[in-house]
Design a protein around this ligand. Structure first.
Ligand SMILES: *Cc1c(COP(=O)(O)O)cnc(C)c1O
Length: 357
């Protein structure tokens, strides 16, 4: 279940906080499989752009009439250039070859497509690692590519390389922006300082003035269940809702069983050898949802007191309810809060019914 009012509220809170630092929020919908209502809720809450790494998701937003610019945040595939120009208003880029193809296609479609060039500041996913090449590409777009508009530059941190958006990284991005501005003789519209993890700069008050956009996904979708709170302890996340998404699953079996498997142990359904703790006979509920739907049991958090997720296979999850405050019956619904990757999987699953509130 998706509570769009709570998502709008999260967006409003973080947009307000960012606005104090002169930063606009672009809402990233890929974590919720691009549900159009999610995009709409983010726009209602103040997101000035909607972003996705999947063109299909942006296409749905365009068709639904989401009224803000659409930003493609995965470096475009050469094979999707035509559709990208038709669908997205802006894209993140790091390859001159792709920029050339985008330019040619934009001219063909009679459009001006905006590009944000990515600088790799050490997280080692996308972006120009050689910053001389970044400036050269910026000058090329500015002077030689009439189908493109150089909207600005950006970076991504805290993803594959887990590099934190520390002050030196943000200052480096601001410095690169100024270097490019000197080379092209005008100001850039957008300097995009990263994703949810870059809220650190906002919360700790070190964001350089030059940085004026963040691309927020997880922070809006998960609130305090995001790393900014869970790992780094930022209390500023406490004001946000952690229940934008709720998993509701039905109990199909309740029995007292041993807590340690009985027999010679091999591997489980995923080829793993889990360690089982023998806690004697315990009351367990089996619910009709499994790892095929949400991924990992650590990413679902039971709401009811005294219950614990103890294991799962593809289509079943086992809940220890021995110490539960509630009395459960077959057919009852159990509810769970969700971490980011569970939200991503569940919203994308065809076997899960999606309810928008
Ligand atoms: C996924 C993604 C984001 C959003 O990241 P969150 O951690 O969910 O805020 C921003 N920028 C890029 C390039 C991304 O791929």
């Amino acid at each position: 279940m998706t509570d769009t009012a709570k998502l709008s509220e999260n967006t409003r809170i973080l947009s307000g906080r960012c606005a104090e630092c002169g930063i606009m929020v672009a809402g990233v919908i890929k974590g919720a499989s691009g549900i159009v209502d999610v995009a709409r809720a983010m726009v209602d809450g103040g997101a000035k752009m909607i972003c996705s790494s999947r063109l299909e998701q942006l296409k749905r937003c365009k068709e639904a009439g989401i009224g803000v610019p659409l930003l493609m945040i995965r470096i475009p595939m050469l094979s999707e250039v035509e559709e990208l120009i038709a669908t997205a208003d802006v894209s993140l880029n790091s390859e001159v070859e792709v920029l050339k193809a985008l330019n040619a296609e934009a001219l063909k479609q009679g459009k001006k497509h905006k590009v944000i060039l990515m600088a790799d500041l050490g997280d080692l996913r996308e972006g120009f690692f050689d910053h001389g090449e970044l400036t050269a590409a910026a000058v090329l777009v500015e002077n030689k590519m009439d189908g493109l508009v150089l909207a600005g530059i950006g970076t991504n941190l805290g993803c594959t390389g887990s590099v934190m958006p520390t002050e030196d990284k943000m200052l480096r991005l601001a410095e690169l922006a100024e270097e490019i501005e000197r080379s092209i003789g005008r100001e850039l519209d957008i300097v995009s300082g990263g994703a949810t993890s870059s809220l650190m700069g906002v919360f700790d008050g070190y964001m350089p003035k030059k940085i004026n956009m963040l691309r927020l996904g997880a922070g809006l979708l998960c609130g305090p269940l995001e790393d900014m709170k869970m790992t780094y302890g930022y209390d500023q996340m406490d004001a946000l809702n952690d229940d934008v998404f709720t998993l509701r699953a039905e109990i199909i079996e309740i029995k007292d069983k041993a807590s340690h498997p009985i027999g010679k142990l091999g591997v489980d359904a995923f080829g793993q050898k889990p360690v089982y703790v023998d806690r004697g006979i315990r009351k367990r509920a089996l619910i009709a949802v499994g790892r095929a739907d949400y991924g990992d049991i650590s990413d679902i958090i039971p709401i009811d007191e005294g219950v614990e997720v103890v294991g799962a296979s593809g289509d079943h999850t086992i809940i220890d309810i021995e110490d539960a405050k509630k009395t459960y019956r077959i057919g009852d619904i159990m509810e769970f809060r969700l971490h980011y990757s569970a939200i991503m999987r569940l919203t994308g699953s065809e076997n899960v019914k999606h309810v928008i509130k």
